[in-house]
Design a protein around this ligand. Structure first.
Ligand code: HGY
Ligand code: MN
Ligand code: MN
Length: 417
């Protein structure tokens, strides 16, 4: 245990562990660690070891989440403070989106344990197996299992190799029929608090190391497939074509225009699959992802309703077939004013001005708010860059953030959350 706190400052030892975890990745640039893969299992084992070294008991649930527990002082109250984040990644990701929150939380417990300090409530750290949704398209599978909000439809979703979530869980050695045992009851949970990189430019612009999240934006993801007949690129006159790629391109431009017309809304096409995918063949089908977000549910509904109309209009005008598959609907998740106040106090205790900001990125708190109040502590990241190997934080900022998180934990008052 003693060597867990080998380096004197939290930032250095937390970043060292982020490097160690980042090395567990599919080969390529950046970090690629998808849900229920060999890389995921290796990451679970490493995080489990760190949790044990920090003085926690550890178990994994049937959704492949790793849960560390630090029990309360004798006579402690029911219910636990939940901390954590996710250990899966996007493709070619950075080192900190997810892992920083898990490793910083473990570091806080290691310090408390090193001081022999127990609090009047239990503390649990969750390393969620799937937040990004990179493998299956839907997201928050890990935290929705803990929140008890996964559906049978979720288990039927298939990855690009046509493997369902259910089959992948079984292959991983887990029992999808036992998923209910992963679900917590609201009475178990005093609050869920997550430390995460900001993934945006606000803190850097304000020259602040940390900030407190007011709410997590609402998010919808869809997969749109446009269908036609493949044909010869050299012989079909332009006026006779029903090219699904051009329909997709028009939809993407409509998304840009529509999102730009709604305050703070965003729309992204991150994946396009053109079939059969030969340069001299007019495509037979094109499948594209639509990622749409807005600060409130009402603004998101404005965006998605407008886009539903545009997609229909464009497909009809271009004479192509249309299939739309909803992948994800997550409501905006407000953070608890009581927890925000307690994070503000901890930040003020470090002599820093507390700044409040919304999260454009999605997080596990969108699922965990089904169990109780949530809050997030953001850490400045260089240029606001994320979902990229260029993701970067400083040891100094991480030390401040870890100290703030630990002060929040020590002073946490469940009655004021
Ligand atoms: O996509 C997101 O907002 C998050 O990184 N999962
Ligand atoms: Mn992410
Ligand atoms: Mn994340």
């Amino acid at each position: 245990m003693a060597d867990y706190l080998s380096e004197s400052d939290p930032g250095t030892r937390i970043l060292r562990r982020c490097d160690e975890l980042a090395a567990i990745s599919r080969p390529g640039t950046g970090v690629t660690r998808l849900y229920l893969t060999g890389e995921h299992r290796a990451a679970m084992e490493l995080v489990s070891r760190w949790m044990r070294e920090a003085g926690m008991t550890v178990h994994t649930d049937h959704a492949a989440n790793v849960i560390g527990r630090y029990p309360p002082a004798a006579g402690g109250r029911n219910g636990s403070l939940l901390l954590g984040s996710h250990i899966d990644s996007v493709i070619d990701a950075g080192k900190y989106d997810g892992p920083l929150g898990v490793i910083a939380a473990i570091d806080c417990i290691a310090v408390l344990n090193g001081e022999g300090r127990r609090l009047p409530f239990g503390i649990e750290i969750l390393a969620f197996g799937d937040e990004e949704g990179t493998r299956f398209g839907t997201t928050l599978i890990g935290s929705r299992a803990v929140a008890g909000t996964l559906t049978p439809q979720d288990l039927a979703i298939r990855d690009k190799d046509n493997i369902s979530v259910e089959t992948a869980l079984r292959t991983f050695g887990l029992d999808p029929n036992a998923l209910a045992s992963a679900a917590r009851s609201p009475g178990d949970v005093l609050a869920y608090v997550e430390l995460h990189i900001e993934q945006g430019p606000v803190l850097e612009g304000e020259d602040l190391p940390v900030g407190v999240v007011t709410a997590i934006n609402a998010q919808t993801r869809k997969v749109v497939t446009l269908k036609s007949e493949a044909n010869h690129a050299g012989t079909v006159p332009m006026r006779l074509r029903h090219d699904p790629f051009l329909a997709a391109a028009e939809i993407a431009l409509a998304l840009e225009k529509t999102a730009s017309g709604i305050p703070d809304a965003v729309g992204t096409v991150g994946q396009v699959d053109v079939r059969p995918g030969a340069s001299n063949v007019i495509p037979g089908s094109v499948t594209m992802s639509l990622d749409m977000r807005a600060r409130t549910d009402a603004l998101l509904r404005r965006l998605t309703a407008a886009m539903d109309g545009e997609i229909e209009r464009i497909a009809q005008a271009r004479g192509v077939g249309l299939e739309v598959e909803p992948m994800l609907e997550t409501k905006a998740a407000p953070c608890s004013p009581g927890l925000i106040g307690q994070l503000d106090r901890a930040i003020g205790g470090s002599g820093i001005k507390p700044l409040h900001l919304p999260s454009g990125a999605g997080h596990d708190g969108m699922a965990m708010n089904a169990l109780g109040p949530i809050a997030m502590l953001f850490v400045r990241c260089k240029g606001g860059v994320s979902h990229s190997p260029l993701e970067s934080v400083t040891a100094g900022d991480v030390t401040i953030a870890a100290n703030v998180l630990r002060d929040f934990i020590i002073g946490f008052d469940p009655e004021k959350s």
